[in-house]
Design a protein around this ligand. Structure first.
Ligand code: CTP
Ligand code: CA
Length: 239
């Protein structure tokens, strides 16, 4: 209940956290999904609540139990990227902080088959056509820019393997600028790294805007600093 939150660096703040993976239906029995366990988002929700925040956890598909019954956490379950988008849009105006830990499907099947897709005898294999999902993080940043309202601090996540051309940190740096969020948390992923694990190593990248504000000792970064403290305080339980 409001008022019963423990004192802490996020006292009086409303924190919206998305967690887990989205699931994009193909037909009544099948979907496209991803390996997100939701551990990181759940750990962040618990840590933010312990730091005094009122937490709204928007939970996708998770291997772990969403902290439904923890004090100061309300859980909203969603399945598709479209549902996640609607939930974030509803929650963003009231949020001081938005933490986008969810693994949002970049694509969804372009059409949904109302009946189960069946094998046929003509030897033809079905082709699944995909279409892009909205970029919820970039869109929320854009809305804040155009309306001047919305979360004071927006945190994006990235899981990168790196490639021959670029290492994970370079990719994350570019993603931070492309998304326009204030902070970006980088998880390095690989065959045996991050997914489903209890511990991970993260890099927290800060947008130039925030760095400049912090250098000027403005009041604005206080919330960002509280988030960074919170992010560091979690066990960083894996993606
Ligand atoms: N995200 C989002 N909406 C999407 C895809 C991603 O809001 N449709 C958010 C994620 O929750 C995460 C951040 O954007 O906080 C980065 O996600 P990521 O998949 O790393 O970024 P993409 O822009 O999809 O880039 P990539 O092509 O590397 O997957
Ligand atoms: Ca993606």
């Amino acid at each position: 209940a409001p008022g019963s939150a423990p004192a802490g660096p996020l006292q009086g703040r409303t924190v919206v956290i998305t967690a887990g993976g989205t699931r994009e239906p193909l037909d009544p029995v099948r979907y496209l999904g991803n390996r997100s366990s939701g551990k990181q988002g759940a750990a962040l929700a618990e840590t933010a609540a312990a730091a005094g925040a009122q937490v709204h956890l928007i939970a996708g598909i998770m291997d772990v139990q969403a902290p439904e019954h923890a004090g100061n956490i309300t859980v909203e379950h969603i399945e598709t990227a479209a549902e996640l988008q609607a939930a974030v849009q509803r929650a963003a105006p009231e949020a001081d902080l938005l933490i986008m830990a969810a693994a949002v499907a970049d694509f969804r099947p372009a059409s949904y088959a109302a009946q189960k897709i069946k094998k046929t005898d003509d030897g033809e294999n079905p082709v699944i056509t995909l279409e892009r999902n909205p970029d919820i993080l970039a869109e929320t940043v854009q809305q804040r820019r155009t309306t001047g309202t919305g979360p004071k601090v927006i945190v994006g996540f990235a899981a990168e393997t790196g490639s021959a051309e670029a290492d994970p940190l370079e990719l994350a740096q570019a993603k931070l600028l492309r998304k326009g969020c204030d902070l970006l948390v980088l998880n390095q992923v690989g065959e045996r790294l991050v997914f489903g694990r209890d511990e991970t190593e993260i890099h927290i990248l800060t947008a130039p805007r925030l760095t400049a504000a912090a250098a000027g000792a403005a009041a604005a970064p206080t919330a960002a600093e509280a988030v960074v403290t919170t992010l560091r305080g979690t066990k960083h339980e894996a993606a």
